[in-house]
Design a protein around this ligand. Structure first.
Ligand SMILES: Cc1cc2nc3c(=O)[nH]c(=O)nc-3n(C[C@H](O)[C@H](O)[C@H](O)COP(=O)(O)OP(=O)(O)OC[C@H]3O[C@@H](n4cnc5c(N)ncnc54)[C@H](O)[C@@H]3O)c2cc1C
Length: 552
């Protein structure tokens, strides 16, 4: 197959040649560098590339061009190559326009001209974007193929798992000729899907996450049974702990039951994380953090759920769902929170078949020209509304309250106001969902009058409050009435340390009621529910781990 394309567009021939030259010098062996002098010319080139079945990895467009601005070009190019990474070349004076473009065309980066020296200003940016692209299904050469039904919850689970773990795959329906051929070759029937065929031809019918993880190259088994530090949960807090723990010489393992990134991995664009003025997608941030942790030598286990924590001979023992155990001197619990289930008739049966919790990024392209309903009034629902508005005909945001001011950041409310396709429905709740093999209708209820109406839709995305799933720590650690883990000074009441506390000192700031076990991020009582604070607590927990180990 031909090398993937990097396309650069600039109406100034001198700049255009200079960009192409710098790109060729560094990427010429692995990518084909294509140069265009205007937006229309570049679109024509993209159409030809599409027809030839080639792949486009990166688009670099100048902002100011006479026929078509760079933003207009990138918007049009998204229809042809949605997975290609998008960069705008701007002059300093145009940075405001570039920032605006982030939401319009989901811009990955804007580069200020001139970008010299490229080793510092161009290549690191392009390297990062090409790596992200390489993890998309579009990039895959000898990729994993998933054959399934459009409306099948098990098929959705497999695709969601692969997407969240940034494993490229190709999705084929059972009635697609290639899908049917693969089913026949694997001796599987339509009723048994999803079928997963790996790059080296292994087939898995209806695999469990653990089976899937092991064939796609994710680590599921620890290399030893004793660590300095076990981090439970690979969201921002857990990744923060893993990066700092491993980089500071602790033998560290990060254990995740699902996919790296946690809630943040589901965010289409995190706008308020320090150091990313133009925002960063959850997948990108997660991917970088994961690679950083691995680089420092942390081990990462995926699809391993921790279900028990006990103390044994000075060590902390963690039990997995399959009954096996690992031990460590110290533990950081970074298990975050999960969405609450929306309790309305019909929704449970249709989950994964039109009803989704979180943004289910794999589904967005299927919503083209359709009506999408989103439940929730917090930032996560707002971000999802902006994201889906790029695909859907209309996005309906259902909220119980009168408006969003109490629950959503101002910048997001303003963004929603500016997008015509989004309608906010105040005082509205979902009373029921109905459909055959997938969601077809929702009954909506006015919370003031009780009046009900039915709407036709196949898409409901739910973002309602979240809760910590910490039942497995019942009787082991002090938790508050909602299940959040209590730490540090909050454990000392009226001068009394927590029951069973065995040391002569008070618990350290993020320490739980079991010495040497720390909690960080959203799962911690009174924590700030933000990416930055989760990462910060993850890092801080490691410094307390050191203090604990030194005192042993
Ligand atoms: C859609 C969305 C958009 C958001 N946007 C923003 C934003 O723009 N800015 C911002 O600051 N914040 C945002 N947030 C909030 C932010 O993502 C969270 O505050 C942050 O992810 C919390 O990190 P955490 O590591 O504490 O927990 P989580 O991200 O919840 O990660 C916890 C991880 O632990 C795993 N886990 C749980 N239990 C176990 C177990 N027993 N065994 C093994 N693994 C387990 C989970 O699978 C999960 O991966 C957003 C949240 C969502 C859902």
């Amino acid at each position: 197959m031909a090398n993937p394309v990097i396309l650069t567009i600039d109406d100034d021939p001198v700049v255009s040649r200079a960009v192409a030259r710098d790109l060729r010098r560094h990427y010429g062996e692995r990518y084909r560098i294509v140069r265009a002098g205007s937006g229309p010319e570049a679109l024509e080139a993209l159409r030809e590339i599409k027809l030839r079945g080639e792949r486009v990895a990166l688009l670099l467009a100048d902002y100011r061009m006479p026929d078509m601005t760079g933003i207009e070009f990138l918007e049009a190019a998204m229809d042809l190559f949605p997975a290609a990474r998008r960069v705008l070349l701007t002059a300093y004076a145009d940075t405001d326009a570039a920032i605006e473009a982030i939401n319009v065309v989901d811009l990955d980066h804007y580069l200020l001209k001139p970008w010299h020296p490229p080793e510092e200003k161009l290549y690191p940016v392009v390297d990062g974007l090409l790596e992200t692209w390489a993890a998309t299904p579009d990039a895959a050469l000898s990729e994993i193929r998933v054959v399934g039904h459009r409306w099948s919850a098990p098929s959705f689970k497999v695709r969601d798992f692969l997407a969240r773990n940034l494993i490229p795959y190709r999705w084929l329906l059972t009635d697609d000729p290639e899908g049917a051929r693969l089913l026949a070759a694997a001796g599987a029937t339509e009723d048994e899907v999803p079928l997963v065929v790996t790059a080296d031809g292994k087939t898995l019918v209806g695999p469990t996450p653990a089976e899937l993880a092991s064939v796609v190259g994710l680590t599921v088994e620890p290399t030893t049974d004793f660590y300095d530090l076990v981090v439970v949960g690979a969201g921002p807090a857990g990744l923060g702990s893993a990066v700092y723990g491993a980089s500071e010489g602790l033998r560290t393992v990060l254990v995740e039951r699902r996919a790296t990134g946690g809630q943040a991995g589901q965010s289409s664009r995190i706008e308020n994380y320090l150091g990313f003025p133009d925002g960063v997608s959850g997948a990108q941030l997660t991917d970088r953090a994961r690679r950083q942790a691995l680089k420092f030598g942390a081990e990462m286990l995926t699809t391993r759920e921790v279900v028990g924590l006990t103390e044994g001979g000075g060590a902390r023992l963690l039990r997995f769902g399959d009954g096996t155990e690992i031990a460590a001197h110290t533990v950081v619990l970074a298990t975050g929170v999960s969405y609450r289930v929306l309790d309305a008739p019909g929704l449970a049966e249709l989950t994964g078949r039109g009803v989704f919790y979180g943004s289910a990024a794999t589904e967005a392209p299927s919503c083209v020209d359709q009506d999408v309903y989103i439940v929730g009034g917090a930032n996560s629902a707002g971000q999802a509304a902006v994201h889906f508005s790029r695909y859907a005909a209309r996005v309906h945001l259902l909220i119980r309250g009168a408006d969003l001011t109490a629950s959503m950041s101002r910048y997001l409310i303003d963004q929603l106001d500016r997008i015509d396709r989004i309608t906010v429905h105040p005082h509205t709740r979902v009373a029921a969902g109905a459909g055959g093999d997938h969601l077809e209708r929702l009954t909506l209820c006015d919370t003031r009058t009780g009046e009900q109406r039915t709407v036709d839709t196949s898409w409901l995305f739910i973002f309602i409050g979240a809760e910590p799933r910490t039942d497995w720590l019942d009787g082991v650690l002090v938790r508050d009435s909602r299940g959040f883990i209590v730490t540090g000074p909050d454990l000392v009441t009226g001068g009394q340390r927590p029951p069973g506390w065995s040391l002569t000192r008070d618990p350290y700031h993020l320490e739980t009621s079991l010495p040497g076990v720390f909690a960080a991020g959203d799962v911690r009582a009174e924590s700030v529910k933000r990416v930055a604070s989760a990462v910060g607590e993850g890092a801080m927990a490691v410094s307390l781990v050191h203090r604990y180990l030194e005192a042993q």
